[in-house]
Design a protein around this ligand. Structure first.
Ligand SMILES: Cc1cc2nc3c(=O)[nH]c(=O)nc-3n(C[C@H](O)[C@H](O)[C@H](O)COP(=O)(O)OP(=O)(O)OC[C@H]3O[C@@H](n4cnc5c(N)ncnc54)[C@H](O)[C@@H]3O)c2cc1C
Length: 384
């Protein structure tokens, strides 16, 4: 279907947490905003579904009303603990002061999008996959696979790990040294789980990486395995086979998943780590979330960074319009702000991960020390 060109000030590519939070933060800007997504919603996103307390705090800063909405939302579990199962069964329980949620992304992302749509902040175009972006003198010409044509002064890339905006405008290419691979499935009829407690399995069979079991209800769990891509490639690891083998060979997992059924299938997705500085801004564009490679290299979490960068991109976009500046020299300031907010912490975590990679004995010794000394355990917990 061919339609006339749709004119906007800002096009946001992708309605995940980065895109929806960016739109929310543009609410009072007076700008005409289009939010495009290649999927129709609600849609699933392959993820561990763990929304850390820090991420929730950042979200409520942009939209305080969401705190109550999530508190009342029934299809979630409150998470206050993590149990680390190290090696062949050393169990290290940890509890957290702040509460986090585990909530299926199908629900979480849809709630954020509903907030945007209910407030009329942006025009939403589902099933609009951006395939072409052409810079013009005054604008960007944006085309979707479905035949829509848009023009905008600015585009925000919030389109995830396979971002077309990052690829076309920032020249992004996957660097396996700074990328992860992962697989995930939902199981039902899971036994012996505590909904308040996420389980993280650290074992030489799955390092550098980890296996997780995150309850999403009293009988269902999000189960997955993630690992650094450079090891997956160099060791020729088949992540899906390793996932099933790991369950089969773990007596503890057999107890929990032995009689459980998989819902749907085991699916894989990429993790662009924030362990290298990427180009995140340029002429008429800013990147956010996974499109800006912002995933924490130590645990694979990226939702908090997606929401914070979404908010920061909105604030910077408002500045661009106030000063009528959309050029690379000006938008570089956004890259600097993002860097100041996250780089130091991510670099330290990345160094730690690389030190521990291929040295499971070091992790096992750390676990032993945690077990013996509450002081060491508290120090490591703080780092996380
Ligand atoms: C297996 C796995 C487990 C994870 N577990 C966790 C976890 O438990 N906690 C956590 O914090 N993080 C986790 N992450 C990371 C987290 O999923 C991401 O960091 C987060 O989804 C990033 O949000 P985003 O908005 O940047 O991108 P996304 O959530 O990927 O959203 C991008 C959106 O863009 C749309 N899109 C893509 N291409 C186009 C296009 N060309 N045109 C229009 N729309 C497009 C997509 O349909 C999608 O809706 C996990 C990741 C993986 C792979």
């Amino acid at each position: 279907m061919k339609v006339d060109r749709l004119d906007y000030d800002v096009v946001i590519s992708g309605a995940g947490p980065a895109g929806s939070v960016c739109a929310m933060a543009l609410e009072k800007s007076g700008l005409r905003v289009a939010l495009l997504d290649k999927s129709s919603f609600p849609r699933d996103k392959i993820c561990g579904d763990f929304i850390a307390a820090m991420g929730l705090r950042e979200l409520y800063k942009v939209n305080p009303h969401l705190e109550k909405r999530f508190e009342e939302y029934p299809c979630k579990v409150i998470n206050r603990k993590t149990r680390f199962i190290v090696g062949n069964g050393r169990e290290i329980p940890a509890s957290w002061v702040l509460k986090s949620y585990t909530i299926r992304r199908q629900h979480f992302d849809n709630i954020l999008l509903e907030e945007v749509l209910n407030k009329g902040i942006a025009d939403f175009y589902p099933e609009s996959q951006i395939v072409k972006i052409r810079p013009d003198k005054e604008n960007l010409k944006i085309e979707s696979r479905q035949g829509h044509s848009f023009s905008a002064k600015m585009i925000i890339g919030a389109d995830g790990a396979h971002s077309i905006v990052a690829k076309l405008l920032a020249g992004f290419k996957i660097d396996r040294k700074h990328y992860g691979g992962s697989v995930r499935a939902y199981y039902t009829n899971v036994k012996s789980i505590d909904t308040e407690e996420n389980e993280v399995y650290v074992h030489k069979k799955v390092t550098p990486g980890y296996f997780w079991l995150f309850p999403v209800s009293p009988t269902e769990a999000n189960v997955g395995l993630g690992m650094q891509s450079k090891y997956i490639t160099s060791q020729k690891i088949d992540l899906k086979s390793l996932f099933f083998r790991f369950i089969e060979e773990s007596p503890l997992l057999q107890q929990k998943l032995g009689s459980a059924q998989m819902l749907g299938k085991l699916e894989g997705f990429g993790l662009p780590f924030y362990s290298k500085r990427q180009k995140v801004s340029g002429d008429r564009f800013l990147l956010t979330g996974d499109a800006a490679s912002m995933i924490d290299p130590s645990n694979g979490e990226g939702i908090m960074q997606a929401m914070v960068s979404g908010r920061m991109a909105a604030e910077f976009t408002i500045k661009c319009f106030e000063q009528n500046r959309f050029d690379e020299a000006f938008t570089q300031e956004y890259a600097r702000l993002l860097h100041n907010r996250f780089w130091r912490e991510m670099k330290i975590k990345s160094l730690l991960v690389n030190t521990l990679a291929n040295k499971p004995w070091l992790i096992y010794s750390g676990a032993y020390l945690c077990d013996k000394s509450p002081l060491i355990k508290r120090a490591i917990q703080k780092l996380m």
